[in-house]
Write a new protein. Sequence first.
Length: 222
Amino acid sequence: MPDKLRRGVARPPEHLATRPIHRGYPLPYFVATVGGVPDFRVADPAKFDNCRRNSLCWVCGKALGSHKVFVIGPMCVVNRTTSEPPSHRACAEYSASYCPHLIHPQAKRRTETLPDDHLNPGGQMILENPGVTVLWESNNFSYYTVPNGTLIDIGDPIKVDWWTEGHPASRDEVVPKFRDSLERLKHLTAEHYADDPGERDAAFLQLGKQAYDAMRYLPPGM
């Protein structure tokens, strides 16, 4: 018997509607198969390359149109960097509405059963859910290589939307999470430059400029 959508999970948008249903959710294109079973925690590197080369949606795997939307966290708004290619807007909004990892901030990511040979995305992976999701539409993004993989400079946005727990987020919901993420970035920066105070101070100065710029993309106040 084919798997069915879970109660409370809406019918997916057109592009995503052709994806198989696994464990009650549409199976995203990027998900890797581990031991013959899709594992939502693991992204398939071959699919990353395919999305990059052929301008495909990270969520449904079909050709992107004019609206290319990154599903990111607040740290990515500050450093303008992500490890996941863009999606259709409808696929991105559906993810922000129903993806269990995105809508349940308190849920813990299971790591104990990950395959030994799985590859983390490029850069430094943050496992914690920041509590808010950002839909960052951009057409001037670019890929670049780092020692452990490939990252994406998401560029300047055309449109920015904030979501939390499956619904559009207010400024009051976003600001505390944005501050928490900024503190995490400061901590990572201090760790990275622990042996070079001069470089650390320069990095903090740059981070401050990036944070100031990122604040203009927060939701408006009442």
